[in-house]
Design a protein. Structure first.
Length: 223
C-alpha cells in the first residue's frame, strides 16, 4: 500500500514529507521556547542593551527561517513538474532575501528607538521635538530598507530591475505632481523639526498673523 503512487509520488514519500513538516513545527516551537527560556534570560542579565536589541530583532526571522527550511526539505524530496519546482525555488529565493530584510528593518527600528530616546537632552522642548521626529525617521529608514530588500529579492529571481525602476520612476513623478502640496507640507514640517526655528509655546508673527505655537505636527503646525 505504501508503494501506491499518488500524483507521481508514493504514499510513503508523502507520509515522510508530512512528518518532516510536523517535525519542523515541533522544532520551531522548541527553538522559540529555547530563545525565551535561555537566550532571553541571558540577555536580560547583561548590562549591555545591544544584545537585547539583537535578540528582539533576530528571534522571529530565525523561527520563520527554520520553518521555511523544513518545508523546503519536505517539498524537494518529492517529484513535481519542472515548472512547479522552478516556481518554488524562485519563491524561496525571494523569501530568504525578505527574511534578511525583515531582520535588518527590525534591528534598525530598535536601534533608532533606543539610541534616539536615550540621548542626553536637557531641554523639554528638545524632548518634544525628538518624540515627534522619531516616528518619521523610523518609518523613512524602514521603508528604505524594505525597498532595497524587495529590489534585491526581485533581482535574485531574474526580474529586470532597470525596467522596473523606470516604470516606478514614471509613476513616482505622476504621484509627486498629484500630491505636491502634501509633500511640501511634510518636507516643511521635517525642516521645522530639525532646524527648530521655533518651539511649542513660542509667540511668532507670520505676515499679518501673530500667535503662540501650540503644536508642531508632520503635516501642519498649529498656532
Amino acid at each position: 500500500m505504501l508503494e501506491t503512487e499518488f500524483w507521481g509520488n508514493t504514499l510513503e514519500d508523502w507520509g515522510i514529507s508530512l512528518l518532516i513538516v510536523l517535525g519542523t513545527i515541533i522544532v520551531t516551537k522548541l527553538v522559540s521556547l529555547f530563545n525565551k527560556k535561555v537566550l532571553r534570560s541571558f540577555t536580560q542579565k547583561t548590562r549591555n542593551k545591544l544584545d537585547d536589541i539583537l535578540y528582539d530583532a533576530i528571534e522571529s526571522p530565525i523561527i520563520f527561517g527554520v520553518g521555511l527550511i523544513g518545508i523546503w526539505i519536505a517539498i524537494h524530496r518529492l517529484v513535481y513538474p519542472d515548472n512547479f519546482v522552478h516556481a518554488i525555488d524562485n519563491a524561496y529565493r525571494i523569501l530568504i532575501v525578505l527574511i534578511i530584510t525583515w531582520f535588518f528593518s527590525r534591528l534598525l527600528d530598535s536601534l533608532i528607538q533606543y539610541y534616539w530616546t536615550n540621548r542626553n537632552e536637557n531641554s523639554k522642548t528638545a524632548v518634544v521635538h525628538n518624540t515627534r521626529m522619531l516616528p518619521v525617521i523610523k518609518r523613512t529608514i524602514v521603508v528604505l530598507v524594505w525597498i532595497i530588500g524587495i529590489v534585491m529579492a526581485l533581482s535574485n529571481v531574474g526580474v529586470n530591475i532597470s525596467a522596473l525602476i523606470g516604470t516606478l520612476g514614471i509613476g513616482g513623478i505622476a504621484f509627486a505632481l498629484a500630491a505636491q502640496d502634501t509633500i511640501k507640507n511634510i518636507f516643511g514640517a521635517f525642516m521645522i523639526l530639525t532646524d527648530r526655528p521655533f518651539s511649542i509655546g513660542d509667540t511668532i508673527r507670520i505676515d499679518d498673523f501673530e500667535g503662540t505655537i501650540i503644536d508642531v505636527g508632520i503635516r501642519s503646525t498649529k498656532m
